[in-house]
Every structure is written in C-alpha cells, then in structure tokens.
Design a protein around this ligand. Sequence first.
Ligand SMILES: Nc1nc2c(c(=O)[nH]1)N[C@H]1C(S)=C(S)[C@@H](COP(=O)(O)OP(=O)(O)OC[C@H]3O[C@@H](n4cnc5c(N)ncnc54)[C@H](O)[C@@H]3O)O[C@H]1N2
Ligand code: MOO
Length: 395
Amino acid sequence: MPWAMAGGVAAGAAEPLPALTSPLADAVGRTLAVPLTALTDLPSFDTSAMDGWAVAGPGPWRLPEDADQGIVAGQAGDDALRDGHAVPIATGARIPAGATAVLRSEHGRTSGNELHTTRRTAQGQDIRPRGQECRRDDELLPAGTLITPAVLGLAAAAGHDELPVTARPRVLIVVLGDELVHEGLPQDGRIRDALGPMLAPWLRALGAEAIETVRLGDDADALHDALAATDADLVITTGGTASGPRDHLHPTLRRLDAELLVDGVAVRPGHPMLLARLTPERHLVGLPGNPLAAVAGLLTLAEPLLRGLSGRAAPSLRRAALSGPVPSHPTDTRLVPVVLRGGDGARPLRFHGPAMLRGLAAADAIAVIPPGGSTARGRVALLDLPWTATGGGVG
Ligand SMILES: Nc1nc2c(c(=O)[nH]1)N[C@H]1C(S)=C(S)[C@@H](COP(=O)(O)OP(=O)(O)OC[C@H]3O[C@@H](n4cnc5c(N)ncnc54)[C@H](O)[C@@H]3O)O[C@H]1N2
Ligand code: MOO
C-alpha cells in the first residue's frame, strides 16, 4: 500500500470513542467532543485597556475630590460619570456609565483636581467594548479540536468549568523479542529494549492512555492470550512483523481471525508495519522491531488511528525545502529525521538507518520524501514530533 494511502485507512478505521465530561484541569491533550461555545460575552462588560482616567466628553475634566477614589479591576464601579468629569481607572476595570474614552496615565497631567491633556481623545479610545472578542453562544472552536493549554485558557475565560471531551483511547503496548534486555548493557547477542521506554510517553503525548507495557519475548501463545484478553481500544506490538522463524504476529492474527486492514506499506524504514482489526471496536498496530522503523509505523498508522478514535481532524502538514541531499527510493516513500532550526529549511540528519535513533533524538520533524525523490521545487511535507508539534499532542 502506498504510504499516502495508509494514513487515510488508519484514520478511518475506527469510530470516535464516546464523549464524557472532564474538569478543565484534566482536559489538556483530549479532544473537544462538541464545539466550544461562549457562555458569556467577552469581555463581559466595557473594560479599560490602560491605566489612566475614564473621561466623559472633551477635556479638561474634573477629578473626584478624594484623590484615592478610582476604579480598580474587579470593582463594580457603578457610579455614572458626568460630562466634563474623569475618574482614575486601572487596566481591566469596568468602564463607568457615561465615560467616552480612557486617557492613558502618560498622556494626562493633573493640576489640583483638574485633568488636562494635549491629545485628542477619540470616542471609545482605550475602551475594550463588551463582546469585542465574542458574544454569548458564539462558536469559539469546532468539535474535534485538540485541547491545548491555550484552549483551556479560552474555555475558562468564556465561563467553562468542565468540557465535553472524547474519551482517551486506551492503548496496550506489547514488546516482543527474546533478545531484549530491559536494563544495563547489551551483551551476549542481546540488546536493550529501546521501544518500551519510548512508546508510553509518546502515546500519552498523542492524547492516549498507555494502560500497560508488557514484555512477552517471542512466545506465540503468550501473544495470542494477551491479544485475546485485552479490552484496550488499541494494541501496539513491536517486532515480529516480518516472516522470520520467531515472527509470530501474522500467524497469531490469523489464529484470532483478525482482519488485516494494512499489511505492509511502501515506506522506508518501516515497510513491514501493519494494521489489523481484532474486533469491531479493537485494533492492533504492528510496529517493526527496528526502532526508527517502529517510529515510522507509529507516525504512519498509530497516530492517525488515535486521531480517528479521538474524533480529531487531520492537521495540515507543514512543508519545507530540504537543505541537503537525502537518499530517495524508486518506489517507496522515505521518512527522514530533519532539523528545522537555523532558517535554512529542513536539514536532513545523519544516523537515519532503520535501527538507529540518534538522528531522531536530535530531530525537529520527519521529512516525507516521495518515491523517486523530492518534488520539482524541493519542498517536502513534514510530520510533527510530539516535542515540537504544532498540530499534534500535548499532555
Ligand atoms: N527476509 C526479510 N527479512 C527482513 C525484511 C524483509 O523484507 N525480508 N524486512 C526487514 C525490515 S525492513 C525490518 S524493519 C525488520 C522487521 O522485523 P520485525 O518487525 O519482525 O522485528 P524483529 O525481527 O523482531 O526485530 C528486528 C530488529 O529490531 C530489533 N528490535 C526489536 N525490538 C526491539 C526493541 N524493543 N528495541 C530495540 N531493538 C529492537 C531486533 O533486535 C532486530 O534487530 O525485518 C527485516 N527483515
Ligand atoms: O523498513 Mo525496515 O522497517 O528497513 O527497518
């Protein structure tokens, strides 16, 4: 299957999970299940944009007898201001009825209880009118929006204490391979598991709940039993996707009567990646064992599937020109870690072999090199990484 098609199949494979109500504090990284609407006008009253004086009509103005009398933010301030009068006011304070403008403190001069200015104060100057940002019931953001810290701030400003969100997809991670050790140095032909430590936090950054990481070795029955027993929305396996003597994933999926939606993708690294439907509600993404190939599978299949489960819209991909040569493949897409800093486009990183993480760990994004090499103008699409994401996850 072409790489460009695989993401679409994964995104459409699962229905969005049910909605639930989340307190604001727990909602970051989740997805809005319904549009975010304003519960109030914003601002909800006419507000001073500056520290200074609220003035009524043209100057000079008369100030209150009591020099300390003024309106600070958070006060009701409901005495009306008469024409020719002024009152000290703080940024964010409610504008008194009758005021026509705010005069900034640096633009006015007091003598006794008279206020003068040499400036022309336009009607409404430095007043933020009620409803300037939105009216009550306005739609602020559509359903399917990722809840970022900024969305939380907007929701709070607009009066929300909780939000309707899509449930977090629950993911079981299954690390396969008898050759793996989980601490200390690689030795006697065994290597460190590089994927176990990486996947749970990566999945959390994509808005999922990583319920458990189990390490099963290359035991076909243990794999079968784990897949048959789980109630996770998504199982992610690592390794065992190829057809070696200890690659048990395909036979196990056949044994479970799973439907293979994607069985191999024309992408380097990562071509043995797969997507299967275990039951109508449960899916499995098989990531190849080579660590960068596994990341390719995570971005190609798992990320769109999680987006579909969360009801989240696909981000539009950024593009950049490549600032150095990259090897291309005649028929397959290539995914290459790149650095974006320095203003010279996307600089391909070395150490991008399928078994290497050194390039990825220094990368800002993954460049998508189409089959046969980059396009005529040399600009390629970029996949976000969670630590630099513009359209990806937070959490
Ligand atoms: N005859 C063929 N052999 C292979 C092909 C092929 O097309 N024909 N494809 C190669 C490619 S490409 C990849 S990628 C791998 C995929 O292999 P598996 O998914 O079956 O993974 P394993 O064989 O279990 O492991 C491959 C490699 O990755 C290392 N590994 C596995 N898990 C981890 C981990 N958690 N952390 C670090 N490293 C891991 C494992 O030790 C192997 O070195 O197949 C090729 N073979
Ligand atoms: O495509 Mo493999 O996934 O080269 O490592």
